[in-house]
Design a protein around this ligand. Structure first.
Ligand code: C2E
Ligand code: MG
Ligand code: MG
Ligand code: MG
Length: 281
């Protein structure tokens, strides 16, 4: 009896394993095809300036609505693309789509900057800066308007530090601005802010979520706000969903806000419509 149970159980595990392997392989295959066939999309989320009362920038976020899997999380797409060695494809695809967007709506987007997320493998790839320079030649409309967002965790490896610093200097020399994404979650020391030529800090949304009820978070953010001012960096609060969060952020003196409270990431046509509706007088 025990042997029969054991055989049955092994069989069930084996089949389960095969299904999982099949699922992952098929997802990987679909992602590969979608990247190669350029069937992914980019959505845009406006970032609002509280004092100026308008919006001058947006973040570009990858979206993929798969026939088989529905909406797939950007984190899964990025992770898979990385394993497939297609992460550069993805990065340049998103930047090109941003360039196409400027071409399509030159008047409406004239004053708008757009930032793109870049993972550390793309950044570390040899020739990243020269590829970026090439794309700026191909899309002159991106010049002075493109920003890159790099997470704090992607620059933590001490061995890579010199390479990253020189990469960032090249990027800045091309007139492309740089933000630290998910700031405050990566355990970076202050040295990291000193070494890198960042323009903007994007406060991670976990801080915004606990800002209202947590005195400690408020104290930390008060200091971070001061620090950003001292270092001449802009500060953006990510993930503002409710009015009380907006008020708390405003009280801290954070000027720029990104979150569902104002607008979710939208497909390009809807973004343009949103702009026209919300244009400051
Ligand atoms: P991120 O760069 O920190 O982007 C902000 C994320 O927060 C987006 O999630 C956005 O939809 C979401 N968000 C914005 N406002 C709110 C809010 O008020 N509440 C909540 N709960 N969420 C809000 P999304 O689009 O799912 O992207 C997740 C992450 O995937 C991004 O985090 C970024 O790290 C990565 N990602 C997205 N697109 C790309 C891309 O084109 N390339 C790379 N390398 N990574 C990307
Ligand atoms: Mg980002
Ligand atoms: Mg973020
Ligand atoms: Mg994030």
């Amino acid at each position: 009896f025990i042997i029969v149970c054991w055989v049955l159980l092994s069989f069930v595990f084996y089949v389960g394993h095969l299904v999982l392997v099949y699922y992952r392989r098929s997802l990987r295959h679909c992602i590969k095809r979608a990247i190669k066939n350029n069937t992914m999309e980019v959505h845009f989320q406006p970032i609002v300036s509280l004092t100026e009362g308008g919006f001058h920038e947006m973040e570009a976020l990858i979206r993929w609505n798969s026939f088989r899997y529905g909406q797939v999380s950007p984190l899964v797409i990025v992770d898979m693309a990385d394993r497939l060695g297609l992460i550069d494809h993805l990065t340049w695809m998103v930047i090109r789509k941003v360039g196409d967007f400027y071409r399509e709506y030159p008047e409406q987007l004239r004053h708008i900057k757009i930032s793109v997320n870049v993972d550390r493998h793309s950044l570390l790839k040899e020739g990243f800066a020269s590829d970026l320079a090439e794309i700026l030649e191909e899309y002159p409309e991106l010049k002075g308007r493109l920003g890159l967002e790099v997470t704090e965790t992607s620059v933590l490896d001490a061995a890579e530090l010199p390479l990253m610093v020189s990469r960032f200097e090249h990027i800045k020399a091309l007139g492309v601005s740089l933000s630290v994404d998910d700031f405050g979650t990566g355990y970076a020391g202050l040295d990291f802010l000193r070494r890198f030529p960042y323009d903007t800090l994007k406060l991670d949304q976990i801080f915004i979520a606990s800002l209202k009820d947590d005195q400690f978070t408020r104290q930390i953010l008060t200091s971070v706000t001061k620090l950003a001012k001292e270092l001449n960096m802009e500060l953006i609060a990510e993930g503002v969903e409710h009015e009380d969060q907006l008020n708390a952020v405003r009280e801290l003196g954070v000027d720029r806000v990104q979150g569902y409270y104002f607008c979710r990431p939208l497909p390009k046509e809807q973004v343009i419509a949103w702009f026209e509706e919300n244009a400051s007088p």
